[in-house]
Design a protein around this ligand. Structure first.
Ligand SMILES: Nc1ncnc2c1ncn2[C@@H]1O[C@H](COP(=O)(O)OP(=O)(O)O)[C@@H](O)[C@H]1O
Ligand SMILES: N[C@@H](CCC(=O)OP(=O)(O)O)C(=O)O
Length: 376
């Protein structure tokens, strides 16, 4: 173990505030149809020890859909969104009840927090989610976060919880992120392929060049290793180290033992909400800018006005996320747009003063306000 890796393992182990994410495959029986209460109990024992020792823990738990498979009499994880939502609706209650019983044995209380990607990127919702989590932690509760699967539509879903966990770690200013899955570490190739070797430390993106990353190895997981590595990148961009390992190794991981893979963070640069905007939103369309507007947005960090926009693509509503592009199509920023796509064409190239005079004061607003714009 290099010194750097050792130091990062200590940082995660000693985190005052820790976000731990557990995947469906770690919480369900081998056939994926029932909650594995033994595994869940072992996880809770490790987290409760941390909590009663004075640390704060946010648990991001998948498994709602998997936990709904049995009660709904299904054979396997459903493929269509409506049945997945029905399974999540049934399974989420069972999941949280199991956690409450297990944490309750340690004298701890849990609080359910269901988030959707779309909601949380809006400023008021974002601040609200942060306030709720902060208050729960202040009150000594263990928040249990999941995506709000029953209302999330295909377009706005996280789908897997890895990215959500990284964003929650950023939201609460965690000191470390632990991703628990069904494989003990990142390997330099899919573990099903013989000869793959454990990667104990990822110092930077370059270390991933020699790694072949595959999709999910289980019947209930959804993201595979790709989304875990992405999540480590998102947490890393917020200055948070990530430790990836399997559930049975969680106690060792929390004791800084040499298990799993530790990912080094980089120095955080952007404001937290802007990182959400960059990583949590899906663009519904594109705004193409002239060169002057590109410079204004990227270098002077101004708001985007109608005068600098030359074209609009896609169908979006006011408040949706859009990609902001240079004339050659390069995406230079992501932002929340203040107009619907149907409204924009007649505003393009016009000054806000003209528009306000002609159409009324409501048209003096920016197309994307600088606070809702993240330069990529
Ligand atoms: N390079 C790799 N190293 C480790 N695991 C990998 C790699 N490529 C693909 N995988 C697969 O990713 C799976 C974990 O993802 P997933 O099943 O989605 O878990 P979870 O339900 O915990 O989110 C592992 O079971 C493994 O088979
Ligand atoms: N929100 C979903 C998560 C879906 C899922 O399978 O995620 P994961 O196991 O983390 O790849 C659920 O609770 O079932």
């Amino acid at each position: 173990m290099t010194d750097d890796a050792g130091r990062l393992r200590q940082r995660v182990a000693q985190a005052r505030r820790l976000v731990v994410k557990v995947g469906s495959s770690s919480l369900t029986s081998a056939d994926g149809g029932a909650l594995d209460l033994g595994a869940l109990g072992a996880l809770v024992d490790a987290l409760a020890a941390r909590r009663t020792g004075g640390g704060q823990v946010v648990l991001v738990s998948s498994g709602a859909i998997a936990a709904g498979i049995g009660p709904l009499g299904l054979e396997r994880r459903p493929g269509d969104l409506a049945t997945q939502q029905a399974a999540a609706s049934v399974g989420q209650g069972a999941l949280v009840a199991a956690y409450q019983a297990a944490f309750g044995r340690h004298g701890l209380t849990v609080g359910q927090v269901l988030l959707t990607a779309n909601d949380t990127t809006r400023r008021s919702h974002y601040t609200n989610a942060r306030r709720t989590l902060e208050r729960l932690l202040d009150l000594g509760i263990v928040p249990i976060v999941n995506e709000n699967d029953t209302v999330a539509t295909q377009e706005i879903r996280f789908g897997d919880n890895d990215r959500l966990a990284a964003l929650v770690a950023d939201l609460v200013g965690a000191d470390g992120l632990v991703l628990l899955t069904d494989v003990d570490a990142l390997y330099d190739g899919p573990p099903s392929r013989g000869g793959s070797r454990r990667v104990p430390f990822v110092a930077g993106a370059g270390d991933l060049d020699a790694v072949t990353i595959g999709g999910t190895g289980s019947s209930v997981g959804s993201g595979g290793m790709v989304t875990k590595v992405e999540a480590a990148g998102i947490a890393g961009a917020a200055g948070i180290p990530t430790l990836l390992t399997r559930l049975p190794d969680v106690a060792d991981a929390l004791a800084a033992q040499d298990v799993g893979t530790v990912f080094a963070p980089v120095a955080a640069t952007k404001a937290s909400r802007k990182r959400w905007l960059a990583h949590a939103t899906t663009a519904r369309g594109r705004l193409v800018l002239d060169d002057g507007a590109v410079t204004a947005v990227t270098q002077r960090r101004t708001s985007l006005l109608p005068a600098g926009i030359t074209a609009v693509d896609g169908a979006f509503a006011a408040g949706d996320a859009v990609d902001v592009c240079a004339a050659d199509g390069r995406v230079i920023a992501r932002g929340l747009v203040n107009y619907a796509s149907s409204e924009l064409p007649r505003l393009l190239g016009r000054t806000t003063r003209d528009l306000a005079r002609e159409l009324g004061p409501a048209y003096e607003r920016e197309v994307v306000h600088r606070d809702d714009l993240v330069v990529l």
